[in-house]
Design a binder for this molecule. Structure first.
Ligand code: RUQ
Ligand code: CUA
Length: 655
C-alpha cells in the first residue's frame, strides 16, 4: 500500500538535508557555549564535599556495552556497571563464576551495544527495584539489581534480527517488550538478498516476569517485516497498549538511507497486548523454534548459571484480530513517547518538519468506527486525521524523542538543529528552546516514562563535542548537558563528558534507593561450592591435574600464602573468599603471567581465578586493591615444579 497523506509536511530527503543529518556543523561556541547560562548555575550543580546528589542517573554505554551511574546535579561518575562487555576491573566475564552471564546461542559474546535503560515500575511509578537495558547487536535484555548495582540476569531474545526497540516496560512491569530492528527471514534461512523482501518478518517479543521475577519469553508476535524502532507502553487510560515507531516500510535491503525514504510516511505500530494475551490464552499461538539462552546470578553461590530454551510461542498477528494496527507517522521516526497521563503518544520524524501527537481516545474510537485507509501486509492502517491530537508546527529540525515534566510540558530533542524544544501538551505551541553542543541525541527527565516524573532537570546527551573539552586525540568523549527545567525558561547548568556513547538514560530520586543498597554479602549465607568461611577451612586439594585452592583474604594476608607441589601441566583454581564483613573492604588477587583479569572480591564473596603455570619457578601473587596500611604486604608465593616431579603438596592454614 501507499502511505499517502498530505496533511503532514514532510521534508524530502534533499541532498542538503541528508548531508546535514550526518555532518555536524558546530556553531562556534563562546565561553558559555552560546547557551544562556543561569547566573547561579554553579550553585545549582555544586554538591558540597560529603553531600550526596539528589538523583541517580543511569546512562547507557552504547558501544561500551555497559551502564554508567552518575549523580545529578553534579554530573559525578559514581560507577560503571558491567553488563554486556567483559570488565577486567572486577573480573566480570573473566571469572569462572561470571563468564556464563555472557553466554548466548552464538556462544560466549563478550561485547554488545547497550542503548536504552528502563526502570521497573509499580502502578506506573518508578519503584527503584531494577534497571533493564537492551543489547542491540546480539539480541539480549539484562536486569540490574539496584540493591547491588550488579547485572543479575540476561535473557537472549530469539527470532530477532537486532534488538534496538527494547526494552520497554508496561505500567506494572507485566512485560518488557522488544522488537526486531532488522527484519529477517523467519525462521532464518539462506535467501538471496534481492529476494529477501518476500521473506522478511518482524517480531515483537513479550518478556514476562516469572517466579522470583525471573525474565522469560512469554510469547512473540509475528508482524510485518519492517524495521521497528523505539517504543513506549501505555499507562492510565492507555494501559494495555504499546506504541512503536518503524521505518523502511519499503522493505529495502540496500542503501536504506535513500531506499527507505521513498514513501511519504512510515508506520506507527499500535499493539494491544491484552488482546494478544487473550489470543495466546485461547491457543492461537504456535510453538516454534526459538533457541535462546537465559543466564542468572545466584547471590548465595555468587555464581551464574546458564540454561538454553529451544522453543517459544509465536502468535501471528493475522490470527489475532485487533492485536496490531498501524497509523501513518512522519518519515523516519524515532521516539514514540506516551505522556504521563497516558492520553498522548508523541512521535518525532527525523526527516519531518513537525512533531505529531496522537490521541489515545481517538485511536480507540477510530478502531471502533473502522476508520481505516487500507492495510499494510494484512494489518489495518488507521486514518491519520482520525487519530491525530495535534501537531507541533516547525519545532526544529530532526525531532528525535520527547520527554515530559509531569506539569503539562513536553521537551523534544532535535538532532539536526542541536536543540531542546519545550512545548505545551494540548495547545502544541513551542514555548522555549535551548541550544545544545552538539548534535543532540536523546534527552532525559528523571521519571519521564512514568506517571510521576521529577520535572526538575533535563539531561541532554550530545553526540559530538568538538571544542567543548580539552582535546584528547581523534576521538572525543560524548557529552551530557544538564538543564534546569524547574522554571518557565530552561537554564543551562553544566557540561560533563560521559563514558561510551549514551543513547538514552533514566534517573530516579536517590532517596528511593540509597538506604536499601546492599553493603556486604553475609558469610553465613555464602553457598559457593568452594568457599572457605574461615582460615581454618583454607586448604589446597588436588584432583588429578586439577588443583583447587580454597583460599581466604582478610586484612592483610591470604591463607594459604605459601603453596608448594604445583606442577607444570596443572590447572589451578584459586577460589578466594573475602572474609571481611565490613562495607567497602574489598581485596583483589592476581599472579604473574595470568591469562585472565584480576579478581576483585566484595566482603563475603567468593570468586575463582584460573591459572595454568607454564614453567617451573616461584610465582608471587598479591592483593590488587589498596585495603589497609599493610596492603603492600598482602602477598604470597606458589612454588611450581616440573611436570612429573614428586614435590609433595604443601600449604599453610589458619588455626
Ligand atoms: S537510540 S541516539 Cu536514538 Cu538506540 Cu541511539
Ligand atoms: Cu587486600 Cu590489599
Amino acid at each position: 500500500m501507499k502511505i499517502n497523506n498530505n496533511t503532514m509536511v514532510t521534508i524530502g530527503i534533499g541532498i542538503g538535508l541528508a548531508a546535514s543529518l550526518f555532518a555536524c556543523t558546530p556553531k562556534k561556541s563562546s565561553n558559555s557555549g552560546g547557551a544562556a547560562i543561569s547566573k547561579n548555575a554553579a550553585e545549582k550543580v555544586y554538591v558540597a564535599p560529603g553531600k550526596h546528589d539528589e538523583f541517580y542517573a543511569f546512562l547507557s554505554g552504547g558501544f561500551s556495552g555497559q551502564l554508567a551511574v552518575y549523580g545529578l546535579p553534579s554530573g559525578r561518575l559514581l560507577r560503571v556497571i558491567p553488563v554486556y562487555s567483559v570488565n577486567p576491573e572486577n573480573g566480570y566475564g573473566f571469572t569462572e563464576e561470571t563468564k556464563k552471564m555472557l553466554n548466548t546461542s552464538h556462544g560466549f559474546v563478550p561485547w554488545d551495544d547497550s542503548h536504552h535503560p528502563q526502570l521497573s515500575l509499580t502502578d506506573g511509578k518508578v519503584d527503584g527495584r531494577y534497571a533493564y537495558i537492551n543489547a542491540n547487536n546480539t539480541p539480549r535484555i539484562a536486569k540490574i539489581d539496584l540493591k547491588t548495582f550488579k547485572t543479575t540476569e540476561i535473557i537472549e531474545v530469539p527470532n530477532s534480527g537486532g534488538n534496538h526497540g527494547s526494552p520497554y516496560l508496561t505500567e506494572n512491569t507485566e512485560y518488557l517488550i522488544a522488537s526486531t530492528r532488522f527484519s529477517i527471514p523467519l525462521p532464518n534461512k539462506d535467501v538471496a538478498l534481492d529476494k529477501m523482501k518476500e521473506e522478511v518478518k518482524g517480531t515483537i517479543s513479550f518478556i514476562k516476569f516469572g517466579k522470583d521475577e525471573k525474565m522469560e519469553v512469554a510469547f512473540q508476535l509475528l508482524v510485518p517485516g519492517i524495521d521497528y524502532d523505539l517504543a513506549s507502553c501505555g499507562k492510565g487510560m492507555s494501559h494495555g497498549y504499546c506504541f512503536l515507531t518503524s521505518y523502511n516500510s519499503e522493505k529495502a535491503s540496500t542503501l536504506i538511507e535513500i531506499n527507505a525514504s521513498k514513501n511519504d510516511k512510515d508506520l506507527l505500530a499500535i499493539v494491544n497486548w491484552k488482546k494478544a494475551e487473550e489470543c495466546v490464552a485461547a491457543g492461537k499461538a504456535k510453538t516454534v523454534d526459538g533457541r535462546h539462552v537465559h543466564n542468572e546470578l545466584n547471590e548465595s553461590t555468587h555464581t551464574v548459571t546458564s540454561a538454553t530454551i529451544d522453543k517459544v510461542k509465536m502468535l501471528d498477528v493475522r490470527d489475532c484480530e485487533g492485536a496490531l494496527y498501524y497509523a501513518p507517522v512522519a518519515k523516519s521516526p524515532h521516539g514514540a513517547d506516551v505522556d504521563p497521563s497516558g492520553q498522548y503518544i508523541i512521535a518525532g520524524g527525523k526527516l519531518a518538519a513537525q512533531i505529531t501527537a496522537y490521541d489515545f481516545n481517538k485511536i480507540v474510537k477510530a478502531i471502533q468506527d473502522k476508520k481505516f485507509t487500507g492495510d499494510y501486509d494484512g494489518v489495518k492502517v488507521l486514518d491519520y486525521e482520525s487519530v491525530l491530537a495535534g501537531e507541533v508546527k516547525k519545532p526544529c529540525l530532526g525531532p528525535l524523542h520527547t520527554e515530559f515534566d509531569g506539569k503539562g510540558n513536553a521537551y523534544t530533542s532535535c538532532f539536526v538543529s542541536s536543540e531542546v524544544v519545550k512545548w505545551k501538551l494540548g495547545t502544541w505551541e513551542v514555548v522555549d528552546r535551548m541550544p545544545t553542543y552538539y548534535s543532540l541525541g536523546h534527552i532525559m527527565i528523571p521519571g519521564s516514562g512514568s506517571k510521576q516524573p521529577w520535572g526538575k532537570y533535563l539531561l541532554a546527551m550530545n553526540k559530538i563535542t568538538k571544542d567543548r573539552y580539552l582535546p584528547v586525540g581523534p576521538e572525543l568523549p560524548q557529552s551530557a548537558q544538564l538543564i534546569d527545567i524547574s522554571g518557565e525558561k530552561m537554564e543551562m547548568l553544566l557540561d560533563f563528558p560521559t563514558v561510551g556513547e549514551p543513547h538514552y538514560a533514566v534517573a530516579l530520586e536517590a532517596n528511593l534507593i540509597k538506604d536499601k543498597v546492599k553493603k556486604i554479602y553475609t558469610l553465613e549465607e555464602n553457598k559457593h561450592p568452594f568457599v572457605a568461611k574461615s582460615e581454618k577451612e583454607a586448604r589446597v586439594v588436588r584432583e588429578g591435574n586439577v588443583v583447587h585452592v580454597y583460599g581466604t583474604a582478610i586484612r592483610s594476608h591470604f591463607m594459604p600464602d605459601n603453596i608448594e607441589g604445583i606442577k607444570v601441566g596443572d590447572t589451578v583454581y584459586f577460589h578466594i573468599t573475602n572474609l571481611e564483613q565490613d562495607w567497602d573492604i574489598a581485596h583483589g588477587f592476581s599472579i604473574i603471567g595470568a591469562n585472565t583479569s584480576e579478581l576483585l572480591l566484595m566482603p563475603g564473596e567468593t570468586n575463582t581465578f584460573k591459572w595454568e603455570p607454564s614453567k617451573p619457578g616461584v610465582y608471587p601473587f598479591y592483593c590488587t586493591d589498596f585495603c589497609s596500611a599493610l596492603h603492600q604486604e598482602m602477598q604470597g608465593y606458589i612454588r611450581v615444579s616440573a611436570g612429573g616431579s614428586s614435590t609433595p603438596l604443601k600449604f599453610n592454614q589458619g588455626k
